[in-house]
Design a binder for this molecule. Structure first.
Ligand code: MN
Length: 202
């Protein structure tokens, strides 16, 4: 059996609006190295989980209208990350397409399931035990993931199954998201050159 060594799948996206300026570069076949400078420290911490557990080299820089609140910045980073993943994953030939992960952290447990279906869809079953983590508004996570699915064109099911500590809940969601992405985007050695759909396109 011959395992094809894939060229690294990379993308670089710059997205500027009157509300935010965002630059993301990533390598889906990386080592999980991250550089984060978004002005929203808790989001930086979560993006670091995605990089580390997704084995994605990820650089995210953002300047947003944080004097209003973090809403535009968090949502637009989700959008831009989705655009970068969509571009880097390309024609999806030879990928697994589906990925899933359960991740625990102490009392918390979350499950994320992703399908590179070509159709945006988010099912979000996460209720946080409190409204804020530090000064981060937990409502913004859903905006992040909605922005992501709309532009990565994936179906994404996120469920928190257990958890009392909001920081733990968030961390299990983002670690599972990184792990599920990694599984779905990884080359399947038996799928070489094949698009994993009976339609022949994704
Ligand atoms: Mn943490």
């Amino acid at each position: 059996m011959k395992i094809r060594t894939m060229a690294h799948r990379t993308a670089e996206i710059e997205r500027n609006t009157s509300e935010t300026e965002i630059r993301i570069s990533l390598d889906l076949d990386g080592e999980g190295k991250g550089v984060f400078d978004t002005g929203v420290p808790f989001l930086d911490h979560m993006l670091d989980q995605v990089a580390r557990h997704g084995l994605i080299d990820l650089e995210v820089r953002a300047r947003g209208d944080l004097h209003i609140d973090a809403h535009h910045t968090v949502e637009d980073i989700g959008i831009t990350l989705g655009q970068a993943v969509e571009r880097a994953v390309g024609d999806k030939k030879g990928i697994r397409r589906y990925g899933n992960a359960y991740v625990p952290l102490d009392e918390a447990l979350s499950r994320v399931v992703v399908d590179f279906s070509g159709r945006p869809g988010l099912s979000y079953g996460v209720e946080f035990p409190r409204a804020r983590i530090g000064d981060f508004d937990v409502d913004l996570f859903q905006e992040f993931f909605r922005g992501f699915v709309n532009h990565a064109k994936v179906t994404l099911h996120i469920d928190n199954l257990k958890g009392q500590n909001a920081h733990h809940v968030a961390e299990t969601v983002f670690k599972a998201f990184g792990r599920a992405l990694r599984m779905a985007m990884e080359p399947d050695t038996r799928m070489q050159g094949i698009i994993p759909s009976t339609k022949g396109t994704l």
